[in-house]
Design a protein around this ligand. Structure first.
Ligand code: ADP
Length: 320
């Protein structure tokens, strides 16, 4: 039976990671396990930046964004020799199993460690909602709130100046933040990798909003990594009746106090991770599917096709 577990946060940070750390620590210590915090992701594992966590060390963090453990990227972790060094450190601290909170890259690291004999469980901590094995990731709800808040404000000022706001949101090739915020803020156009981007068609549609539908403003939401929104906004000014203005929301989307939804999700997932480790399970990631918290083999999760949003996209089109 496992006696001592580690917990780390890795990759891009997300609001709710602290709630997950707290849940893992509290659930585990309450059943007599010892919990060690591994700082700065896999980098801290290799460097031995590891410290015991008690129930007190996770007090007052439930409402805090970011991660008290810090996060980092360590591309060298793909190298088995680097992972061997990490396992030496885990052995030194007597850590037998690890909860890894992060995105799909972090899951790959967790799987590689499991294959080397250290059971790891992944928790989906990312604002992008880009993990197919879970209906929702920890941090998505908070980031969505931040984006919608910004959209509402941009709409106020856009309508005063006959402007078209072209807003770039995060998502790392997953269109969920764009589409869900578009639905929530009543945007005119949403562009994701799923919808594709045909510049002249979008300009045509904007002209229609201006000339035919007589709109005094327009909101265009574009997922990151699709086009340069500054250049596109200039084309909007040039080729439509709107004055185009670009806004790149950037890292504000990563911050903020987690929503109650994220806090509860992180707590439920943290509990499941400890339960799985107690059952001797490794190489799985935790997800929520149709309201139920489940464990899915990481290998399977990484090979799942991304979620299709055709139905939501259709709804969006019917609402414009
Ligand atoms: P995210 O977890 O948010 O997707 P990254 O893709 O940057 O972020 O991955 C986080 C870290 O996970 C990487 O810096 C690296 O340390 C580790 N990692 C990613 N891919 C692998 C892999 N194939 N094998 C081992 N470790 C990996």
């Amino acid at each position: 039976m496992v006696k001592r577990i580690g917990v780390l946060t890795s990759g891009g940070d997300a609001p709710g990671m602290n709630a997950a750390i707290r849940a893992v620590t509290r659930v585990a210590t309450n059943i007599g396990l010892e919990v060690y915090g591994i700082y700065d992701g896999y980098r801290g594992m290799v460097d031995g930046k590891i410290k015991q966590l008690t129930r007190e060390s996770v007090s007052d963090i439930l409402d805090r964004g970011g991660t008290i453990l810090g996060s980092a990227r360590l591309p060298e972790f793909k190298d088995i020799e680097v992972r061997k060094k990490a396992i030496e450190q885990l052995d030194k601290f007597g850590i037998e199993a690890v909860v890894v909170i992060g995105g799909d890259g972090s899951y790959r690291g967790a799987l590689a460690l499991t294959d080397m004999g250290v059971n790891c469980i992944g928790l989906p901590g990312t604002i992008d909602n880009d993990i197919a094995s879970t209906d929702e990731t920890i941090g998505f709800s908070t980031a969505l709130n931040t984006v919608v808040d910004a959209m509402d404000k941009l709409r106020d000022t856009s309508s005063s100046h006959h402007r078209c706001s072209v807003v770039e949101v995060m998502g790392n090739r997953c269109g969920d933040l764009a589409l869900f915020s578009g639905l929530s803020s009543g945007a005119e156009i949403v562009i994701t990798s799923e919808t594709g981007f045909d510049e002249s068609e979008v300009l045509d549609r904007l002209r229609e909003f201006d000339v035919v539908k007589k709109k005094n403003h327009a909101l265009v939401i574009i997922s990151e990594k699709i086009t340069d929104v500054e250049i596109f906004a200039r084309k909007v000014s040039q080729f439509t009746g709107f004055s185009g203005r670009a806004t790149i929301l950037g890292h504000v989307q990563r911050g903020g106090s987690p929503t109650p939804g994220d806090r509860v999700l992180a707590s439920r997932m943290g509990e499941k991770a400890v339960d799985l480790l107690m059952q001797g399970v490794g190489g799985q990631c935790v997800g929520i599917q149709r309201g139920e918290i489940v464990g899915v083999p990481i290998e399977e999760a990484l090979n799942m096709p991304s979620k299709s949003r055709k139905d939501l996209q259709n709804l969006f089109d019917r609402l414009v």
